[in-house]
Design a binder for this molecule. Structure first.
Ligand SMILES: [Zn+2]
Length: 363
């Protein structure tokens, strides 16, 4: 029994929520019809011509890539440029395209966890920047019998998501007191008489872009004529940090570690910048283009940073900071995590008899 593109998006949201993506990273459905039926999916690093051909050859209805095809708003779709060609080929073959990018980099079991495991790190922990989003705590006071309805309304509008948990809320009982004035129409109590009402104080976390929708949803189900609620801005949270850092199975000189990484990544051309005779015990990893994480790696007490590709000015920053920098290849550091994504999807979609293919390395 096939499912739709929309349902696949829901499954993806469970393992790599779109709100974990970095700002302006265009993750999600890039091309196609959400109601299209899906029986075969190809998962790959890039939406390049070889991948699109592979998806057509395998008769897939959906292509999921790590790198988005359309990064910035485009003004033309010309069939003689690479992006336009891919759009044309996918539309002609009725293949939808979904991007799962930085939300999969940061996710548990995602690109960087997979890379950390591939190079044998132990006691793996996150480090570095995460998507910086403003969050608020919305506190509302409601009659006890309306507690669940208010929590559900706020959750349905986007409040109360913490990691892989939804409908997260805290409530505590108390007494609200007020005196309705002339013209008021109280849910409970009488005009001119002080009322003591049993109430619940409900607290929920709200990302800034959902704040207005959550308030409106809460007001729609709240029985009071005048609803008492407070909005608290919270410190920016970085709980979904991008990189991973951990101890190597045994300390190695940077020159030895280069050989070890080359073997683990299947890339003989791993390059090293910094002291070749430095002893590396703790290694930080960021798949893809992550050389800007040198300072974060240093703060995380790493002796070295492995990333996919290195900007020129970071090659000497590695010497200055005394953090050895390894350039392992963009594809070599991210493809293992892309294959892991295909495996996760294969398991999740097994009850729907959806075939999931992974395009990795030379397959
Ligand atoms: Zn990448």
């Amino acid at each position: 029994m096939a499912i739709t593109v929309r349902e696949v998006l829901r499954y993806l949201h469970e393992i790599a929520p779109t709100d974990w993506a970095f700002p302006n990273d265009p993750v999600g459905l890039q091309i196609g019809d959400p109601s299209q039926r899906v029986e075969r999916i190809l998962v790959a690093l890039d939406p390049d011509p070889r991948t699109v051909t592979n998806a057509r050859y395998r008769d897939c209805q959906l292509l999921i890539t790590h790198h988005p095809l359309i990064f910035r708003p485009i003004s033309h779709v010309r069939f003689d440029d690479p992006v336009g060609m891919a759009v044309q080929a996918l539309c002609e073959a009725k293949i939808a395209l979904i991007a799962v990018h930085t939300n999969w980099d940061v996710a548990p079991g995602g690109i960087n966890d997979t890379l950390a495991e591939l190079v044998g790190l132990q006691e793996i922990r996150p480090f570095g920047k995460g998507p910086s989003r403003q969050h608020y705590k919305l506190v509302v006071f409601t009659p006890t019998e309306h507690t669940d309805a208010v929590i559900d309304a706020m959750a349905d509008a986007g409040a109360g998501i913490i990691g892989l948990y939804r409908r997260c809320a805290f409530y505590a009982s108390g007494t609200g007191t007020y005196e309705p004035m002339e013209g008021a129409n109280p849910y409970q109590g009488q005009v001119g008489k002080r009322e003591h009402a049993k109430e619940q104080r409900i607290e929920m976390l709200v990302p800034s872009e959902r704040l207005e929708a959550v308030i409106q949803a809460m007001l729609r189900v709240h029985p009071y004529e005048e609803v008492a609620y407070d909005i608290y801005p919270l410190q920016v949270r970085g709980e979904h940090m991008l990189g991973r850092v951990g101890a190597l199975p045994k300390p190695m000189l940077a020159s030895e570690l280069r050989e070890y990484l080359a073997e683990r990544l299947g890339n003989p051309y791993v390059r090293v910048y910094g002291k070749p005779n430095k002893l590396v015990r703790v290694l930080a990893v960021v798949g893809g283009a992550g050389s800007e994480y040198l300072a974060d790696a240093q703060r995380a007490l790493a002796d070295a940073l492995l990333t996919g590709e290195v900007r020129h000015h970071h090659t000497w920053e590695a010497w200055t900071r005394d953090v050895v920098l390894f350039e392992g290849g963009h594809a070599e550091t991210e493809t293992p995590g892309v294959i892991r994504l295909a495996e996760r999807l294969r398991t999740l979609l097994a009850p729907h008899n959806v075939e999931v293919f992974a395009q990795g390395g030379d397959s």
